[in-house]
Ligand binder design. Structure first.
Ligand SMILES: [Zn+2]
Length: 331
């Protein structure tokens, strides 16, 4: 064995055994026992980057961000790759969770991404905004009653939710979600672009804006669109759940599915998970040929002091074709 230069280090059989067993335990949700084994593996092979990468991964699953950052930094210190290492991505996620912006910037750059403003002293310590990563979908509560919603990527680990999540999700429009790095599903639009679906890790920042449900009578699609525009112009959101939500089984949700492109701000539909796949015809999506039904169940994201005025204003613009009732705050 050479002392200097790069030596491809092969881990011992006992390291492999402990590590394999640990990942089986992780699969069963037994994080404590897995942690003991991975710590032992790291004691056996402290110069092996994978020892620390695996520990960092475990701490990510446990949402223990201080430990994930510490283990992740040991992993990247032992890396022999220039860029593109998932180790750096996980450091970026941990740093983002901790709002350790200098480290988050360093992680994305080391991975090979361009981070604007990082060169200046003042900007280097602020959130890595301006990376222009575009839209993506995120699966809220992937372990529970999952719901895929659309949002805007703030940086490689965060999405701002721009759909109005359904009341059952207990979640809100405008939330910022910390998400995992490897997409778990894809949504393709007729226009061509494909968007990744990321799994949420945890809520990063809550939203102060409550969710309402309201029943609309909208004579035409244009009447419905007018409410969505009014809400959007006011800085909030309305979403016609009657047309924007479809049910997908988990297998379809995690695969490549077609999706309609919305007004550019968010994309419809979002997906709410259901247990089974409905036979060979697959999941039904509301299509352009469907007859318009005037009664719409609509989600609204707006402050309590604004929501009734918004609806009244919408009706006042065209009293003959619009009505609302049964407004209820749901989240
Ligand atoms: Zn399915």
């Amino acid at each position: 064995m050479r002392i200097f230069g790069k030596v491809r280090h092969r881990p011992s059989a006992s390291w492999r055994q402990a590590t394999d067993r640990a990942f089986t335990l992780i699969g069963d949700g037994r994080y404590e026992d897995a942690g003991a084994l991975l710590t032992r593996a790291a004691d056996l092979e402290p110069w092996l980057s994978e020892s620390w990468f695996n520990l960092a991964l475990l701490h990510k699953f446990r949402h223990d961000w201080e430990q994930a950052r510490a283990a992740g930094l040991r992993a990247v210190a032992l890396l022999d790759r220039e860029s593109g290492a998932p180790d750096w991505w996980n450091v970026g996620i941990a740093a983002t969770a901790l709002q350790d912006w200098p480290l988050a910037r360093r992680a994305w750059q080391a991975y090979g991404l361009k981070v604007p403003g990082g060169g200046q002293h003042s900007a280097a310590t602020t959130e890595p905004t301006g990376m222009e990563l575009g839209s993506a979908a995120v699966r809220l509560s992937p372990e529970g009653e999952a719901e895929v919603v659309w949002g805007r990527r703030l940086d490689p680990a965060r999405i701002e939710v721009l759909s109005i999540p359904l009341p059952s999700s207990g979640r809100r429009w405008g939330e910022v979600v910390l998400h995992d790095g490897v997409p778990n599903g894809e949504r393709v639009t007729a226009a061509g672009p494909a968007y990744p679906v990321f799994d949420e890790i945890e809520l990063w920042a809550p939203s102060p804006v409550p969710t309402w449900v309201v029943l609309l009578e909208a004579a035409t699609e244009e009447d419905r669109d007018a409410l969505e525009k009014l809400a959007s112009d006011a800085g909030f959101a309305a979403e016609d759940w009657s047309s924007s939500v479809r049910l997908l089984c988990r297998a379809c949700s995690e695969s490549r599915m077609e999706s309609d492109e919305g007004d550019g701000e968010h994309l419809d539909p979002h997906d709410h998970s259901e247990p089974g796949h409905p036979g060979p015809l697959g999941h039904r999506t509301a299509g352009a040929g469907d007859l318009w039904v005037p009664e719409r169940e609509c989600g609204l994201a707006a402050p309590a002091g604004l929501v009734r005025g918004l609806l009244d204003g919408w009706v006042a613009d065209s009293p003959d074709s619009r009505e609302w009732r049964d407004l209820e705050e749901v989240c």
